[in-house]
Design a protein around this ligand. Structure first.
Ligand SMILES: [Zn+2]
Ligand SMILES: [Zn+2]
Length: 248
């Protein structure tokens, strides 16, 4: 085992002593094991986690009304996402309860519980995300990453890569401008225009011809995923799929 691996295990063992731990979603019940962090069993049960059985917009992953037979699911479109630059986007579930708490927790602590890593891997194994071979986290602006100490999308990307064996590339896609702070006062259109030019591929050779799986914590308007996808496609990526912990 590497030294880093040994330190991780020690840190896990030390943190395991802190359990049971209050649930980050309801604050009432307790989380028995770190593997199930950050939420209690009841909050996990109450959270809409996708199973692969639901009818989704094939492209952006929005829940679609009605029940469509499996063989017709790839024809379902919400018609609001036609202009988005990615091939298809999926999430582990809705931005509520345990998944919301997981997203918020990842902004403070670079930790992905075994349960969350399993949900990410399950979502990755479903079509059409299963055809992607290279995991690329959505980058933070360097200054922002220094302030936080880590990039939560990279932490998720490592967890997914570790679990699935998919290759990980944390370096090719970079954020060249536009922090959320500086977008805070803008309307949706202004934010989208700012984010459109925010990403660049520093090492096009590494993404050329690849089917990329872009990883982020949350999918809200899709503007960030779309901008990253456009940069990756411009650099020669063949397809860009998107996987997030939750979607709003
Ligand atoms: Zn709870
Ligand atoms: Zn859609």
């Amino acid at each position: 085992m590497s030294l880093a691996g040994a330190i991780d295990l020690l840190a896990d063992a030390a943190l395991a002593l802190l359990y049971p731990h209050p649930c980050a979603a309801c604050g009432v019940e307790s989380v028995e094991a770190r593997a199930d962090a950050p939420a209690c069993a009841a909050c996990w049960r109450a959270t809409r986690v996708f199973t692969g059985e639901e009818t989704l917009c094939w492209k952006c992953g929005a829940l679609a009304p009605g029940d469509v037979p499996e063989e017709k699911r790839s024809d379902v479109r919400c018609r609001r996402c036609e202009a988005e630059g990615f091939t298809a986007a999926r999430a582990c579930g809705l931005y509520e309860g345990a998944l919301r708490a997981a997203v918020l927790g990842l902004k403070r602590e670079p930790f992905v519980s075994a349960r969350l890593a399993r949900l990410l891997a399950e979502a990755q194994r479903r079509a059409p995300l299963d055809s992607a071979a290279l995991v690329v986290p959505v980058p933070l602006h360097a200054e922002r990453e220094r302030g936080r100490g880590f990039n939560q999308a990279a932490v998720l990307g490592r967890a997914l890569s570790g679990r699935t064996g998919l290759r990980l590339d944390e370096w090719s896609l970079v954020r060249v401008e536009g922090s959320a702070r500086h977008r805070a006062g803008m309307d949706a259109r202004g934010r989208r225009e700012t984010v459109e030019s925010a990403f660049e591929v520093a090492r096009p050779r590494l993404v050329r011809g690849e089917r990329v799986l872009l990883v982020d914590d949350v999918f809200t308007t899709g503007a960030t995923a779309s901008a990253c996808a456009a940069a990756l496609r411009a650099a020669g990526a063949r397809e860009v799929y998107v996987l997030t912990v939750a979607r709003a």
